[in-house]
Ligand binder design. Structure first.
Ligand SMILES: Nc1ncnc2c1ncn2[C@@H]1O[C@H](COP(=O)(O)OP(=O)(O)OP(=O)(O)O)[C@@H](O)[C@H]1O
Ligand SMILES: [Mg+2]
Length: 733
């Protein structure tokens, strides 16, 4: 389908008369389309964009500013000071949590209560609701509020004081400064002096509370330690008494008693071993003396016996020798025998003496062994008894030692605590006092103004988009094409009052032939004339009243007439006739009279005083008007007109309401559809188009009427080019 830009469409494709609108893909707004929408609703956008920040600024000025004073304090517990020099890089996991806890303490209700107690807030209506004038709601519904019931027990409730407390609590804030032991305390109030004083008071209360709490803790700890020391003292004394009593009962001596017993056993054991050795020696010597161990051993033990034995054996040998030589009875032999006997007896007596002496030695050794064994047994029994008795004693001793050691430790602790308490300071110190702030903390005028500007732009865009969605009217040739697939032959501008001056709109095309309006009419004529089939009878139709049908009929007819064509205008809108008034002629007889057969063509046809074109007014509007138009007379009238005129224009009533409009359009060679710019809804246009198509009218195209050229140019529509200011020199008003 060829494009028909206004003033350039020279063909009239018949195919468009029956074709429906093309299938449209879902609308995706390109940047250009969005810009066009923005330009179209520029006024709305600017209004919202400017009013929003303006409203914001007004609102900002109505807000009472508040000031936030800020002070700093550092939290340094005693251990931290001690550890601080050890390693600055060492992580202290408790720090963050501790500081957060301290911040909570600082902004606690307790501190708020102390602030209220220190005064200054009672007279301040910002914090004391009793000082505020009653609100509108209170004045209105105050009588409904019930007096609080007195409590069954405890202090009477004071809602004002509670509200004041909560207000102060809400204004007080504390937070740790990151990566430090510093706490920032802030207070927000309408008066900067009140804010600064509140911060300083809060820090002061907190530090003093800290100190008091610490002193209390030290005192409590000292008291506890003292009572524990007393307990331990008593316990130690009891233990020592018990040990002493036990010792006395079991006959245990203090000190090295257990050691002496063991030593005695050792000595006795050694003595016993020695005594046993001596006994064994005595027995060995006894055996030797008796000769059991041989002569050698005996000689070692008793040398006198060996000598006597030798003498005795010598005498016995001599006696034997004399006896054998001299005979047994020889006196010499006998004497020798007696001597030998005597020597034997002496020997025996010597042996007995030696044995008796060694025997006595052995007995003495044996008695000593027996005595030592008995002593050892006694000593061992005593050592065992003492060792057994020592076991509970040891336990008692241990208990006593432990109690003593603990007592010692507690006494040291008491000493230490007392020393610390003497040099105790608070764990937090003020490092910067709060000064009255100069700038309000709320509202942040700069950012809020910027935000309001941004919101204005954004809301403006939303408003534009909303208007775009709500706007279903036709506002350009391409809108018409989208809705009906019909070309738009012309965009007739709205003739403003200033441009019109003393003229009538109907005469404008004649009196101002060089204007854009007249040019658009000529453009329309060109489009109609140079189409594939030049229509001679054209019905000027529109969906609704006031779309400019009559004015277009007149303008088109007069323009064609001025161009030398023979033109006939027939007013087919019998219900709202205007021709008679416009042309200043009689309204009757007119078309209806001819159709009823009560008048001839000559009776009803009149000349235009300006251009001398012929027109037929509507005539009387009675009876069944539709039948009149469907009559043969109408066809005959048109046939006759075709023979006499180059162009016959039929001014019709609105299609939506009047059925004769469709009949007239069907009788004509072509139908031209007027669409009022930014007024006719797309759906209405589409419906009118369908109605005409259903009656097989030959709809050749459309005309956009009453266009506001400036607004149209602003919208950036493709067909707005014709009204661009660069074409102004081409027109004259
Ligand atoms: N382009 C225009 N510039 C200025 N005024 C216009 C324009 N078009 C129409 N009008 C004015 O609008 C009013 C209605 O126009 P017109 O009578 O032509 O519409 P209509 O479609 O014929 O209406 P109806 O169906 O009621 O007959 C008239 O007062 C007319 O002067
Ligand atoms: Mg009209």
């Amino acid at each position: 389908m060829p494009e028909y830009p206004p003033g350039a469409a020279l063909t009239t494709p018949a195919a468009t008369s029956v074709a429906g609108p093309p299938h449209r893909a879902p609308e995706v707004l390109s940047a250009a389309a969005m810009l066009a929408i923005l330009r179209r609703h520029l006024f709305a956008w600017l209004t919202v964009t400017l009013l929003t920040p303006l409203g914001g600024i007004v609102a900002l000025h109505r807000i009472t500013p508040v000031y936030t004073a800020s002070g700093m304090l550092i939290y340094e517990p005693a251990e931290y000071k001690a550890q601080a020099m050890q390693s600055v890089l060492r992580q202290d996991p408790a720090t963050e949590a501790t500081l957060a806890s301290q911040a909570e303490l600082l902004q606690s209700l307790h501190i708020a209560q102390k602030l209220v107690e220190r005064g200054g807030f009672d007279t301040d209506p910002e914090f004391n609701p009793a000082r505020r004038p009653p609100s509108f709601a209170t004045r209105l519904f105050g009588w409904m509020a019930r007096d609080p019931q007195p409590p069954v027990s405890g202090p009477a409730p004071d809602p004002n004081r509670d509200a004041m407390l909560l207000a102060v609590h809400g204004a007080l804030h504390a937070k740790p400064v990151r990566f430090s032991r510093v706490l920032e305390v802030t207070f927000t109030a309408q008066d900067p002096l009140v804010a600064a004083a509140a911060v300083n008071n809060a820090m002061d209360v907190y530090i003093k509370d800290q100190y008091r709490a610490k002193a209390r803790a030290v005192h409590r700890a000292t008291e506890q330690l003292r009572s524990r020391a007393e307990e331990l003292r008593r316990e130690t004394r009891k233990n020592e008494d018990a040990i002493a009593a036990y010792r006395a009962r079991l006959g245990l001596f203090q000190g090295m008693h257990a050691g002496i017993e063991a030593e005695q056993v050792t000595h006795l054991t050694e003595d016993l071993v020695r005594a046993r050795t001596e006994l064994a020696n005595a027995e060995a010597r006894l055996d030797a003396a008796r000769g059991k161990a041989g002569a050698g051993a005996q000689a070692a033990v008793a040398p006198s016996v060996v000598q006597l034995r030798g003498q005795q054996e010598q005498l016995a040998a001599q006696a034997m020798a004399r006896q054998s030589r001299l005979g047994p009875n020889h006196p010499e032999a006998e004497g020798l025998r007696r001597q030998a006997e005597g020597a034997r007896k002496i020997l025996a007596a010597e042996i007995a003496r030696v044995v008796a002496s060694i025997e006595a030695e052995r007995r003495a050794a044996k008695d000593r062994v027996t005595m030592l064994e008995s002593n050892l047994r006694t000593a061992q029994a005593e050592a065992d008894r003492i060792a057994k008795a020592q076991i509970p004693l040891n336990a008692m001793q241990r208990d006593a030692d432990a109690a003593r050691a603990e007592l010692q430790a507690v006494l040291l602790q008491i000493q230490d605590t007392a020393q610390k308490a003497a040099v105790e300071t608070a764990e937090a110190h003020e490092i910067s006092q709060a000064l009255p702030p100069r700038q309000p903390s709320w509202p942040p005028t700069g950012p809020l103004t910027m935000a309001a500007c941004a919101a204005g732009v954004f809301l403006g865009l939303i408003a534009v988009y909303g208007l775009h969605l709500l706007d279903t009217s036709v506002s350009s040739g391409s809108d018409i094409r989208d809705a009906t697939n019909l070309p738009c032959f012309a965009l007739l501008p709205e003739i403003g009052k200033r441009a019109l001056g003393h003229l009538r709109a109907e005469d404008y095309v004649v009196r101002r032939p060089l204007t854009a309006y007249a040019e658009q009419i000529r453009s329309l004529r060109a489009s109609l004339r140079f189409g594939a089939h030049r229509p001679r009878v054209i019905a000027i139709a529109a969906a609704r009243p006031g779309e400019g049908k009559t004015l277009l009929t007149l303008s088109l007819g007069r323009s064609a007439k001025l161009a030398g064509e023979s033109v006939l205008l027939i007013e087919c809108d019998l219900r709202q006739p205007k021709f008679a008034r416009i042309f200043g002629s009689e309204s009757e007889p007119g078309l209806s009279d001819f159709l009823r057969g009560t008048a001839t063509i000559g009776d009803i046809s009149r000349p235009d005083p300006w251009t001398a074109l012929s027109f037929i007014p509507a005539g009387r509007s009675t009876g069944d008007l539709l039948s009149l138009f469907m009559s043969d007379a109408m066809i005959k009238l048109l046939d006759t007109a075709r023979e006499q005129f180059d162009l016959i224009l039929l001014d019709t009533p609105p299609i939506q309401a009047m059925s004769e409009a469709r009949v007239i359009a069907a009788l004509a060679d072509a139908a031209l559809l007027c669409v009022r710019w930014r007024n006719t809804p797309r759906a209405v246009l589409r419906h009118a188009f369908d109605l005409l198509r259903d009656t097989h009218a030959n709809i050749v195209g459309t005309v956009l009427t009453r266009v506001d050229p400036k607004a149209h140019v602003r919208s950036g529509a493709a067909d707005s080019e014709v009204y661009h200011r660069r074409y102004r020199p081409y027109y004259r008003s």
